[in-house]
Write a protein that binds this ligand. Structure first.
Ligand SMILES: *Cc1c(COP(=O)(O)O)cnc(C)c1O
Length: 419
């Protein structure tokens, strides 16, 4: 698209946007003067859809009227409630329904997956992560290494950008896997790096890792609902994600988990709970654990229905729109932001996110010279909701479901005026 740096252009693009009506279906946070903020933080906490309240109220109402009977007699019976989400969630991440389950939260699921997919011995015990992995992932990985009696100083392999660069080079990751492959038990990377916005080639990394006998898993917190994922085809062993970022299901809502179908019936070690047990005999309260084949077999507890209801409200919108259309708009909208930022030509800011649209989602990370947080504070004061990540980055995510070209235009105008 030939972009133009004018409000008229932004307005025109909004009028032509096939997804323009979706903005109306979300609550935009409101400033003191009654007008909406420019919300560019859907990568941190997605907005509430206007239908969310109704989905949750339905369950409150059935609980009110039915008590425990709601497990079977609610309009949406609670016993199988998580199953109502499976198909739509599988579509969002490009998986088969048996490969996906909504349960727990991201870090919990990451531990459960490592219990099954990190089985170190004395030869093969290393885990590859990004040097700037999300802190929770690092804590989880290090604690698993220690739990198995190994030392993170030896077992944790960090893939880092070269000196003076921000992004990891694929050839460096390849070299690391070639060099250490027979000692690597698990490769566990972020799907979209939360700091730089860099997206890895899942399929390539997976085949390379698996060719060396490593298990491969991804943390898709910033990828689910953002990228056109094809988890099944990628062949990765597992993935985990949360639903409160691009999937708009509310603070602390439940996470998603993918286990490739090749492990569906595998006798993997796992930490078990009753919700992962064969559904037909679950309530016989038998002694031996008989796991449900597929991702559902990793469930522990009966899930919080109110949170599932919020996720369902969101997934119904994703089903309606489809990831394909979202991705089309996403790359145009983010491309527009990139174009406008480039026009500023100010040496105090620089985009560190990859320029290649296939190596990023909707987020752009803007590095600020001398880590000057004042700039971030100024744009915040002027009504932009974005986020600052130490040491020196402002992250902005124009989300195709509810952000407009005008949001992008106004944001860049505000940034320019604040420099
Ligand atoms: C948001 C995020 C998390 C958060 O984990 P929770 O268990 O949901 O608190 C973990 N990892 C990454 C990469 C994230 O972006």
């Amino acid at each position: 698209m030939n972009y133009e740096n004018t409000a008229t252009f932004a307005t025109l693009k909004d009028t032509e946007d096939p997804l323009r009506s979706y903005r109306e279906r979300f609550h935009l946070p409101i400033k003191k003067d009654g007008t909406p903020h420019i919300y560019l933080c859907g990568n941190s906490l997605g907005l509430q859809s206007k239908s969310t309240r109704q989905y949750i109220e339905q369950e409150l109402l059935d609980w009110e009227k039915l008590g425990v009977e709601g497990h079977f007699h609610a309009r949406n019976p609670w016993m199988p409630y998580h199953e109502f989400l499976t198909k739509a969630m599988a579509n969002v991440v490009g998986a088969k329904p048996e490969e996906v389950v909504v349960m727990n939260t991201l870090s919990v699921n990451l531990h459960l997956m490592m219990v099954s997919f990190y089985q170190p011995d004395n030869e093969r015990f290393k885990i590859v992560i990004e040097s700037d992995a999300f802190p929770s992932d690092r804590y989880a990985v290090e604690s698993q290494i220690r739990f198995h009696g190994h030392d993170p100083r030896e077992a944790l392999l960090e893939i880092r950008p070269r000196e003076g660069e921000e992004l990891v080079r694929m050839e460096d990751l390849e070299a690391l896997i070639e060099r250490e492959g027979n000692q690597i038990a698990l490769i566990m990377l972020g799907g979209v790096n939360y700091y730089t916005g860099q997206v890895f080639d899942f399929k390539k990394i997976t085949s390379l890792g698996q060719a060396h006998g490593c298990k491969v898993g991804f943390d898709l917190a910033h990828a689910a609902g953002n990228l056109d994922l094809q988890l099944h085809d990628s062949g990765m062993d597992f993935a985990v994600w949360c639903t409160y970022k691009y999937l708009n299901s509310g603070p602390g809502s439940l996470g998603g988990c993918f286990v490739h179908e090749r492990h569906a019936r595998a006798d993997l070690p796992r930490f078990a709970g009753w919700w992962g047990h064969n559904k037909t005999t679950r309530f016989n309260m038998r002694h031996d654990f008989d796991p449900i084949p597929g991702a559902e077999g990793w469930q522990l507890s009966n899930p919080p229905i109110l949170s599932l209801a919020a996720i369902r409200a969101s997934l119904d919108i994703f089903e309606e729109v489809g990831m394909k259309k979202l991705n089309e708009k996403s790359s145009l909208l983010t491309g527009y932001m990139e174009f406008l930022l480039d026009e500023i030509q100010n040496e105090n800011i620089r985009i560190i996110t990859p320029r290649d649209p296939s190596q990023r989602g909707c987020q752009l990370s803007i590095q600020v010279k001398n880590a000057n947080k004042l700039l971030f504070e100024k744009i915040t004061e002027k009504g932009v909701i974005a986020d600052w990540r130490e040491p020196d980055v402002i992250r902005v995510a124009p989300v195709p479901l509810y952000n407009s070209y005008m949001d992008v235009f106004e944001f860049v105008e505000i940034l320019k005026a604040s420099l």
